[in-house]
Design a protein around this ligand. Structure first.
Ligand code: GAL
Length: 384
């Protein structure tokens, strides 16, 4: 991480230096073709990220910026503080500044139609980053992970933690019944629906067989959803569930959580019962997650959170750079999925990356050996 931040800082210095030279880069972008071989340094790429409250998006933003700058482009990176109008304004400004391409991770996937219309009118291609932008034909490409599979992996990690599946994913014959509760992400994020679908397709047969039960009865995504993926909202919902459903002595065995931020809110709520609640008399329930955020990786290492899903944001950033470069050079970017991601207007050609389940015993090979987190960070739970 240190290296990334150092690079990002250097990049920033570079941009400042260029800006100091009269800001000709953006203004001259329209004429870059006239300069023959196309000086990439004249091309400006706007990168719009949702929020800095989650480390994952900071890492994404830094990695995309570093990759694009290494490839020779100028970058305007903006975070929108999870505020939809702010993201719209930031993208409008990128268009006004003469951006040559936009990379966007939307807050609300349905809220950017007018920005995308403006981008199309100015011939600015748009790459949808991690989250699909919906309801617009002006999405040129989508780089993401196999989001349905992420949901399957989340459910698999829950079933593994409960002992219903073994390490190889085979059914152990364990009949439970286990009591679980279900959480989903923000309904305006297309990904939340894919994660939920993958997870529920995996859990439903066990619910039907009586191996799993959801004592609250809250099994619809609308009931389980957490707006804007907020940790505090998840904590509050878990507290409410404990009060409404578990106060009388019912035991809670597991919680499906689709994102580490939510998982930490859920764990805080569970720990708030002070270990005295009957719901968690035998210790904390199995709690899943996603993103391998350092706070959660440390909790997994300590045996508090059970699992997460590692989506290597470095690879996603790298892929977005490859796609941006192809588009700007007039080539067709390589897609490995041209069927799954219908945004309501068209099927967006996509490049999907693969993810891995993080358990306590594979933190080292998956996250430390690959340089994603250092051992010191895993020990402290804080990104350096
Ligand atoms: C999703 C993303 C997840 C997680 C979540 C909350 O769109 O795919 O990895 O980061 O947002 O930020």
């Amino acid at each position: 991480m240190k290296k990334k931040y150092a690079l990002a800082a250097l990049g920033l210095a570079g941009i400042v230096a260029l800006a100091g030279c009269g800001g000709g880069g953006a203004g001259s972008s329209g004429g870059s073709g006239a300069e023959g071989s196309g000086d990439k340094g004249d091309l400006l790429i706007g990168v719009s990220m949702p929020t800095q409250t989650s480390e994952r998006w900071i890492a994404d933003g830094n990695a995309v910026q570093d990759g694009l700058e290494e490839a020779g482009y100028q970058v305007d990176l903006q975070y929108a503080g999870d505020d939809i109008p702010t993201q719209g304004q930031q993208i409008d400004q990128m268009i006004t500044k003469g951006a040559d391409l936009l990379v966007i991770a939307a807050i609300d996937g349905t809220a950017l139609s007018s920005q995308l219309d403006a981008a199309a009118a100015a011939n600015i291609p748009v790459i949808s980053y991690d989250r699909l932008i919906r309801d617009s034909e002006h999405v040129d490409f989508y780089v993401t992970f196999d989001n349905y599979k992420v949901g399957v992996q989340q459910a698999t990690s829950l079933l593994t933690g409960l002992g219903v599946l073994d390490e190889d994913g085979k059914e152990t014959g364990e009949k439970g019944p286990f009591n679980i509760e279900l959480f989903a992400g923000s309904l305006d994020d297309n990904n939340a629906h894919f994660f939920w679908q993958g997870a529920m397709d995996t859990l439903q047969p066990f619910i039907d067989d009586g191996v799993l039960a959801v004592p609250s009865g809250q099994t619809d995504i609308e009931q389980a959803a957490i707006l804007r993926w907020q940790q505090e909202t998840a904590q509050k919902r878990m507290e409410d569930l404990l009060t409404s459903t578990y106060a009388g002595g019912t035991k809670l065995d597991g919680v499906l959580s689709p994102y580490d931020g939510l998982s930490r809110g859920i764990i805080t709520a569970l720990q708030g019962t002070g270990g005295l609640g009957p719901a968690i008399a035998d210790g904390l329930p199995i709690v899943t997650g996603q993103d391998a955020e350092i706070g959660s990786v440390a909790l997994i290492d300590q045996g508090v959170q059970f699992a997460s899903i590692f989506k290597d944001t470095r690879k996603l950033a790298e892929q977005s750079v490859v796609v941006a470069q192809a588009i700007l050079e007039g080539e067709e970017p390589e897609a490995n999925d041209t069927e799954t991601y219908d945004n309501g207007v068209k099927v967006v050609p996509s490049y999907l990356l693969q993810s891995d389940i993080v358990y306590k015993d594979n933190i080292t090979p998956l996250l430390v050996d690959s340089g994603y987190w250092t051992q010191a960070e895993v020990d402290s739970g804080v990104a350096e």
